[in-house]
Design a protein around this ligand. Structure first.
Ligand code: FAD
Length: 386
């Protein structure tokens, strides 16, 4: 093991050092700070710039894989509600409407409602959809799933506010523009010196190589690229997030149901382009009325930085099918990336005693991060979950 001789940067010693100031790192910091721990968060960027500010801010419960993911999503949703209140972060809308335009989709939704995760959710008929959100009541609509569990925040606002609140309210120290070059038990080697801490949580997002690259590679983690759009205010207000039946073959909570097979076969025949590019539809609305719309999924260890117009068009085609109207003008386009693994939703590893490597390996860090942070902190400090 390396023995670092660099000068310690700070006279303070910490109980937890967190590498990475995305939602997963901030969640670990919050969980530790709530236990009264002295925490430092170290990030190479001047402000959050990764997946945590590029996402929909859609705290999704319904559709997450059953078991631990769903439990974490329910808990994370509750923590977001607390944090939003404390940080003056608006909850822009609550709940989810997932529209079904094919009988096979209705069958998947029926099966989903019979699982324990269906509690509190229900199937709306077209008349009920018209009353709730008339823009979704297109002639081909058969039904919609209503889920009350979801929240939506504006991530590019929420994440900086969360960090500022952790600093001001919980005394968390932030070291920005500080690359972490190595981690071992009780020590973090940064570009500016060594930080000492009783425990370390490494939350590097989709950086698969800088820290513990071999451990990450051993778990088969790769990266996923998503194309995202912001559309002009359409002139109506969404009271909840919107998804379409393409989501039923992507989100594990639905996709593992036997009924999803028939839907996948039909979508393969009718929308092969969307399936090929991993396109499904999420639409959420911002305070100024603009819509955040996405997305697509392409996988590689090194992803090209190019947003393809044809892929954006597949997303916009689905928007137009679901809303039965032309999509508003595009105001912004961006790509985001996250860590991805085919056989797991999170990676929690112990590369050294007192060190945890923590990665969300599916696109659900905003929806599960706070509970994950609580679990990691409980594990690190040998205390039971709160
Ligand atoms: C386009 C898009 C849409 C999404 N939509 C949703 C959604 O609506 N709901 C949802 O739940 N999830 C969504 N996700 C997934 C979610 O955003 C991610 O799972 C989550 O943000 C991952 O958080 P993180 O903290 O692990 O990573 P990041 O936000 O990427 O943060 C990692 C941080 O670690 C820092 N770092 C890494 N290595 C080092 C180092 N060696 N030294 C110093 N700093 C380092 C980086 O600078 C970065 O700031 C989406 C993702 C994308 C890309």
């Amino acid at each position: 093991m390396t023995r670092w001789t660099v000068t310690v940067t700070s006279a303070r010693s910490y109980e937890l050092a967190v590498v990475g100031a995305g939602i997963v790192g901030l969640a670990c910091a919050l969980a530790a700070a709530r236990r009264g721990k002295r925490v430092v968060v170290i990030d190479r960027d001047a402000q959050a710039n990764g997946a945590s500010v590029r996402n929909f801010g859609f705290i999704t419960v319904t559709g997450q894989a059953s078991g631990e993911m769903w439990r974490r999503a329910m808990r994370t949703r509750d923590v977001w509600a607390e944090v939003a209140a404390e940080t003056d972060t608006p909850i822009l809308h609550r709940g989810l409407r997932l529209t079904a335009r094919r009988p096979e989709s209705v069958a998947v939704l029926g099966a989903f409602l019979r699982t324990e995760m269906g509690a509190g959710c229900r199937l709306l008929d077209p008349g009920e959809v018209r009353c709730a959100q008339s823009e979704l009541a297109t002639p081909d609509l058969l039904a919609a799933l209503w889920s009350p569990h979801e929240l939506r925040v504006e991530s590019r606002q929420a994440i900086p506010r969360l960090a500022a609140w952790l600093e001001a309210r919980h005394g968390v120290t932030f070291l920005r523009q500080t690359a972490v070059l190595g981690v071992e038990t009780s020590k973090v080697l940064t570009a500016h010196g060594v930080i000492e801490a009783e425990a370390v949580a490494v939350c590097p997002g989709d950086d698969l190589v800088s820290l513990f690259g071999e451990a990450i590679a051993a778990h088969g983690v790769t990266r996923c690229k998503l194309q995202m759009l912001r559309l002009a205010d359409p002139g109506f207000r969404l009271s909840a997030a919107v998804m379409s039946d393409l989501g039923l073959v992507r989100y594990a909570g639905y996709a593992v149901l036997p009924e999803a097979q028939a839907l996948r076969a039909r979508l393969q025949a009718e929308q092969p382009g969307q399936l090929e590019h991993g396109v499904h539809l999420i639409v959420v609305q911002s305070a100024d009325g603009s819509l955040v719309v996405g997305d697509s999924h392409h996988y590689a260890p090194t992803l090209d930085p190019f947003a393809r117009e044809a892929v954006d068009q597949l997303i916009l085609d689905e928007f137009e099918a679901v809303f039965g109207r032309e999509a508003p003008p595009v105001l912004e386009r961006w790509i985001g990336t996250y860590a991805s693994a085919s056989d797991r939703t999170v990676l929690i590893d112990t590369p050294a005693p007192g060190v945890r490597l923590v990665m969300v390996t599916t696109g659900a860090g905003a929806s599960t991060g706070f509970a994950l942070g609580e679990d990691v902190v409980a594990d690190l400090f040998g205390e039971t979950r709160q």
